[in-house]
Ligand binder design. Structure first.
Ligand code: NAI
Length: 551
């Protein structure tokens, strides 16, 4: 189980104590601590409460010129005073989440080599082949329980960012700590630097990764296999989260490893659970049944297929046959509507290739299929144009529109456009946040379909139960738990996800259902506490200053 507090090395004192991010309290060291720990003279005389420190941090955050500057400032704080960082994030989740994670993390990855100040996590490169197991012990924390790993090949909707993609595992693990209550010492971000095919990046003087083309085919598979084996040996039972791998590798790795170890792919499965939860909530507003929906996905990649798989499973659980359920999900990719006649389809799109005339154009597909739900996961900005959304509204009284592509610059449409072009009828959610929109005197608050509603609770539930594997039923349970967290008040203002300030409560609720499922499926290795929900809340890390051995 993760520990409630961060781990602090014994016998730290003086300047070394101030330089240790896990132990440092800065101006919150008491007079007695300053005396006994050799800190006198090393700090200004004021002794502050953590609340005052948080207020100063937020004052500084707000005075920065740009969101990227805010991201950099908060990252530097984490390297100085970990507890204060997580406390600030948690106390101001609504304000800090978009800075620590999407959408700002997209900018941070693009600028990674320029804003770099200090290393964080493990960089395992193609040059480390044959010696990865020797490298893992260099990580100073022995009790790693969650690893988020990327190869930087598909960072958000921004494509191949090579080693710059390290910003993503770092950001995701920040949310594991702040929202999921997993102890910082239990988290390890990993970058598998297998090169980059982004030529501009390889030319960038500040680029920090390997300047070589990506490993491919057998060489790539062998490298990842060596990494997975080394991880299992170093941290038995660890949860491995695959993150922002390019399409083909993401599906292949999930297929290869999900029966072998405790792992999941957040872009596919986490997004799937999040999307299904959003639909459950949206249907509370429209009054329709899931099994009656006609769903058109603009995009046929990891996100779209993840949601389609979950939705299909949910429809089957509600009485449809698998064929009927898949028949209600239609996909469009960059080459047009996914139809049976196409010869260019990879295996995972085939189940959704229905008999229909080929169509290249989204508006034409909307007119032909009359979807009640339009989900964008294409990484293509402005794809939901005015003609597309007006066509959608012609066929559905209350169309459900999810523009999931991240970051904001890639969103298929804005909240303002979604509401305006459906005459206020759309139920809208987006991957990146948009401000509330007032139309004809009525204010609507768009929901943010952020995977942060799923994966921190997923991880916490897995750790709480000691699950050996991650099952589809666990994601199903997570989706239901998230949907249950959407209140009547959320729905009244049009929001199909809970407010972000509730992320920690949501994680606890998701974790409880996930762990319950692990216990009932026989996947758990821990014994089940009498009150699972209370036990999970009690094990969550709280960003209070850790006890100091000598104080
Ligand atoms: P992917 O690369 O696996 O798939 C992208 C898909 O979009 C491909 O099927 C491609 O053919 C298709 N596409 C490209 N241009 C298109 C066009 N003009 N019309 C229709 N389809 C088009 O990428 P993935 O992982 O599915 O992610 C897609 C987007 O969704 C990204 O921007 C990502 O950040 C976002 N996303 C958002 C999440 C959220 O809201 N929580 C979660 C996961 C992904």
């Amino acid at each position: 189980m993760p520990k409630r507090r961060s781990s602090v090395q014994p016998n730290l004192q003086g300047a070394a104590l101030l330089r240790d991010a896990a132990a440092n309290r800065g101006t919150a060291f008491s007079a007695r601590m300053r005396e006994t720990l050799g800190l006198q003279g090393l700090l200004p005389p004021a002794i502050e409460m953590p609340e005052q420190q948080v207020a100063r941090v937020m004052d500084n955050v707000r005075r920065q010129a740009t969101d990227l500057d805010r991201h950099v400032y908060l990252g530097a704080l984490r390297e100085r005073n970990e507890t204060l960082f997580y406390r600030t994030v948690l106390d101001h989740l609504g304000e800090t989440l978009p800075l620590v994670y999407t959408p700002t993390v997209g900018l941070a990855c693009q600028a990674f080599g320029r804003i770099f100040q200090a290393p964080r996590g493990l960089y395992i490169t193609a040059q480390d082949r044959g010696r990865i197991r020797d490298l893992l012990p260099h990580w100073p924390q022995p009790q790693v329980r969650v690893i988020v790993v990327t190869d930087g090949s598909r960072i958000l909707g921004l494509g191949d960012l090579g080693a710059n993609g390290m910003g993503i595992p770092i950001g995701k693990l920040d949310l594991y700590v702040a929202c999921g209550g997993v102890a910082p010492a239990a988290c390890l971000p990993v970058m598998l630097d297998v090169g980059t095919d982004n030529a501009a990046l390889r030319e960038d003087p500040f680029y920090l990764g390997l300047r070589q083309p990506r490993l491919r085919a057998e060489a790539y598979d062998a490298f990842v296999a060596e990494f997975v084996a080394a991880v299992q040996e170093a941290y038995p039972g660890v949860l491995l989260q695959f993150e922002d791998f390019s399409n083909a590798n993401a599906f292949a790795l999930l297929h290869r490893y999900h029966h072998q170890l405790c792992c999941f792919n957040d872009d596919i499965q986490g997004t799937g659970a999040m999307g299904l939860a959003g639909l459950y909530s949206a249907l509370r507003l429209t009054g329709g049944q899931l099994t009656e929906q006609q769903i058109l996905f603009a995009g046929a990649g990891e996100a779209a297929l993840g949601i389609a798989t979950m939705v299909t499973a949910a429809m089957v659980a509600q009485g449809l046959s698998p064929e009927q359920a898949r028949g209600r999900c239609w996909l469009m990719d960059s080459k047009g509507l996914v139809v049976a006649a196409r010869a260019d389809l990879v295996a995972h799109k085939r189940p959704y290739a229905h008999d229909h005339a080929p169509l290249q154009d989204l508006q034409a597909a909307v007119a032909a299929l009359r979807p009640s739900v339009l989900i964008g996961a294409s990484g293509t900005p402005a794809l939901f144009s005015e003609p597309v959304l007006r066509e959608l509204a012609r066929g559905a009284a209350r169309p459900i529109v999810f523009a999931l592509s991240n970051p904001t610059s890639k969103a298929e449409c804005t909240a303002q456009q979604a509401y305006a072009w459906t005459d206020g009828q759309a139920i809208f959610a987006s991957g990146s946040p948009f401000p509330p929109v007032t139309l004809a005197g009525k204010t609507r608050v768009p929901g943010q379909s952020n995977n942060a509603y799923i994966f921190p609770g997923m991880g916490l539930g897995i750790l709480a139960s000691g699950a050996t594997h991650v099952s589809d039923a666990m994601f199903f349970a997570a989706a239901q738990a998230l949907a249950d967290q959407v209140s009547h008040a959320d729905l009244q203002c049009g929001r199909v996800f809970p407010g972000q300030e509730r992320l920690r409560d949501v994680a606890a609720a998701v974790a409880t259902r996930v762990a319950e499922t692990a216990f009932s499926q026989g996947l758990a290795t821990h014994s089940r506490p009498a009150d699972l929900g209370a036990a999970i809340k009690a094990m969550m890390y709280v960003p209070d200053y850790p006890p100091l051995p000598r104080a």
